[in-house]
Design a protein around this ligand. Sequence first.
Ligand SMILES: Cc1ncc(COP(=O)(O)O)c(C=O)c1O
Length: 471
Amino acid sequence: MSSLSLGPDRDRVLNHAAELVSGIWADFDEARDSHPMTSPGLEKILKEQLPQDPSDPIAALDFAAEALDSSLTQARPRYLAYIGSSGLEIGALGDLLAHSHDPNLALDAGTASEIERQTITWLGEFLGYNNAQGFFTSGGTVSNLTALAAAREQALPDSRSTGMGTHTLALYSSAEAHYSVRRAAEVLGIGGDNVRSIHIDSQRRMDPSALAQAIKADREAGVIPMAVVATAGTTLTGAVDSINEIADVCGDIWLHVDGAYGLPAAGTKTAGPLFTGLDRANSVSIDAHKWLFVPKACSALLVKRPELLAQAFSHNEAYIPHEHGDTNAVDITFEYSRPLRALKLWLAFKVHGAQSFRDALEGNLAQAQLLYHLASDAPDFEVLSSPPQLSTVPLRHIPASLEAASSTQINKHTAQLQLALVADGRVYISPAQINGDTWLRPCFTNFRTTTEDVHVSFDVIREVSNSLGND
Ligand SMILES: Cc1ncc(COP(=O)(O)O)c(C=O)c1O
């Protein structure tokens, strides 16, 4: 037996790992009030040189578990920073199973490829994007890039081979679109400066008439409109662009919907109407590792016509079989080796059912409204003028000592408050710049977060802010 096998120790190690995971899940059930420091023992191990000899796997697993316990874990119920993922239990088990077999989804992996196909179909059904085809990627960044590569090939056929010559292509997205759109333009040779940053309205959604004007101006200047990216849940405030109106403006221009964060809400009663027109999009990105709660990495790109992806990506390499003119997964994806990312979402839908997901999403939507209303009813808090469209609630706390302060002083206080909250450890919230000012930006995307956690977070923000009180 290879010395790389766990050999006769296997079951003992697996049972120990199961005990560790069980303890971790129990610990996640409720928020904790402080964040442990890295222990001196662990610090010592983290400075060790490359081990040459075997060591006890149980002890090594214990160190790994301790290291994770003192790491920042998005799965905790009061981790409200950025757009967290929750490490859904069945999803973590799905990853263990998938990684144990380790199929490669680059080519046809038999039933594993069927699982990926079925999960894409289920996802499309959940979201209201009919007859969806597609695949899983490592994240919204890669999903967006992949869709935009296909859009480039459609706008300027053969540009993948010949380059763009003297042509200039342009991309259109809201001023608050995720920067992965600009990165895609940079990587695809479109040029970051050819991403038109379209004006947003009072609810921070792309203004369709400004979009129409920008497209018209480009066409008059000989620029080729390549794609419009509508954001279905901006990272900054959760604004959902009006997809239907944007689709009207697009005509035959490729419409990509970046729903990496917000798109799961399309499956809910409360927020579903915000996504009207989704079915008209040529391509759609969604990160199941954000608001469908499964562990990273699990993004999906959904399309209606995979052959347009093949136009951008297919290759005829000597070692890749195309005997029956078949399209392999790798002919429509940017990545080559791909793990079975779909399994965790497949298991999640199968075990919990779609309604449990809708309920959890509704719970997060309600938590965002609750926090917004608590803050807007309180004279010492500041919120944006309209309530959250999804689950992001930018806010600021202004202690009595700063009532008459300048915006520079309030920005400084908010930046200090964010650091003080992290040091306090009861709630983890990230900062954001909105209209040039510093805000706190709590975001609810965790199925473990409770209404009680919202109240605690609100009280902790006020308490820590007042305790700074020396600005
Ligand atoms: C709207 C949006 N698009 C794309 C991304 C990038 O996704 P990923 O981090 O999975 O690459 C994010 C990440 O927060 C996002 O919010």
